[in-house]
Write a protein that binds this ligand. Structure first.
Ligand code: CO
Length: 367
């Protein structure tokens, strides 16, 4: 990430904090810290905290062994304080908190309890809230750099999906796990880095469980298989689902259900434009499924926002009256799940544009 980009984000965050409020937002390794600084590493047991006070420069408290990586990712952070394993983090932590002396502390939503406990011990009189109170408003609208990365991730997923579909009868007899590994190889070959979430291969009746864990069941002819997978490109994930048949002929019921889901997905995407609510997108797709008599078999929300996190705001769900704005990115993934029989889900990521929506996935949506 360009440093100017990252420091602009910190400034935007500070603008949300109201300068005289004496509030501090504290993030730790994860997607919020990545969003603010460009630095990413998996969270670990060592205290790694990034303090953004409302009215003064940010302070990073970093384990010595991560300092070089942090400083090269975020050279514009002038105040980086390191601590060693020998000395431990507590003295350095209390010094930072005494200096900032906050009245209100917004904690990274996914921060581990061991760190929040320490902060609470040092600042018992402060009031507490979540970083999402201020960060969601920034992260929910993607800038051009973010959209470009999401497009590249979507293209990698499309390339992998086409390769998997073209296996045709070669996929028959493979286990779900074997097919999942094959998908993951294709994603890397298409330019992706790792998986954005656990790869889902749900064959036959397993497709009726939306979050099925791929297992030893073999792919059979004539059976629909739900394929839901994602990778990351430049830190941003893809997330798409297709339900396909590798060989043989589907039953009439499979065809009918598949048509309904595809129609529901198209109706939901057609309804997207700036100013309409997230709930209305859920409604537009759900109505198609209800009209076909499968309303009670569509057992989850229509979609979720996607950014550095695979699941973030906005939820595309009944009751979410948030109005869509250009730059929001989310999944549209209606499904119908018939227990012990089969399931169908079709998912694309979309970007809200000035005039409607742009899909980030373009592969064949058919069976
Ligand atoms: Co999804």
């Amino acid at each position: 990430m360009e440093s100017s980009n990252a420091s602009r984000r910190v400034q935007a965050l500070q603008a949300q904090l109201e300068p005289d409020s004496n509030t501090v937002c504290i993030t730790f390794p994860g997607r919020n810290l990545q969003y603010l600084t460009g630095f990413y590493e998996a969270p670990s047991e060592r205290h790694f905290l990034f303090f953004v006070p409302a009215g003064s420069a940010p302070i990073a408290l970093v384990p010595e062994l991560s300092a070089a990586d942090f400083e090269s990712a975020a050279p514009w952070v002038d105040d980086v304080r390191t601590w060693t394993d020998e000395a431990g983090p507590q003295d350095a932590l209390s010094a930072v908190l005494e200096e900032i002396d906050p009245d209100r502390i917004l904690l990274d939503d996914t921060m581990w309890a061991r760190f929040t406990q320490d902060i609470r011990t040092h600042c018992p009189a402060a009031t507490y809230g979540l970083a999402s109170e201020v960060l969601t408003a920034l992260r929910i609208r993607k800038d051009d750099t973010e959209i470009a990365a999401l497009e590249r991730a979507g293209a990698a997923a499309d390339t992998a999906m086409n390769a998997i579909r073209s296996l045709g009868s070669d996929a028959i007899g493979m286990t779900e796990i074997e097919l999942a590994r094959r998908i993951e190889t294709e994603l890397v070959e298409a330019g992706g880095t790792g998986t954005a979430f656990e790869t889902i291969v749900g064959s036959g009746p397993n497709g009726a469980r939306p979050h099925h864990t791929s297992g030893d069941r073999t792919i059979r002819a004539g059976e629909p298989v739900v394929l839901d997978f994602g990778t990351r490109v430049d830190g941003y994930p893809s997330d798409q689902t297709r339900t396909i048949i590798f060989d043989g002929d589907p039953t009439d019921r499979v065809r009918e259900v598949h048509d309904v889901v595809r129609e529901a997905q198209a109706a939901a995407i057609d309804a997207i434009e700036p100013g309409v609510t997230a709930a209305s997108i859920d409604r537009a797709g759900r109505e198609v499924i209800e009209a076909a008599g499968y309303g009670d078999r569509f057992i989850h929300r229509t979609g979720h926002g996607v950014g550095l996190d695979v699941h973030e705001a906005p939820d595309i769900v009944a009751g979410n009256e948030r109005k869509l704005e250009p730059g929001m990115v989310f999944s549209v993934e209606p499904g119908i799940y018939l227990p012990d029989d089969f399931g169908v889900r079709i998912e694309d990521l979309v970007v809200v544009t000035d005039g409607g929506a742009m899909r980030l996935n373009r592969t064949d949506r058919g069976l």
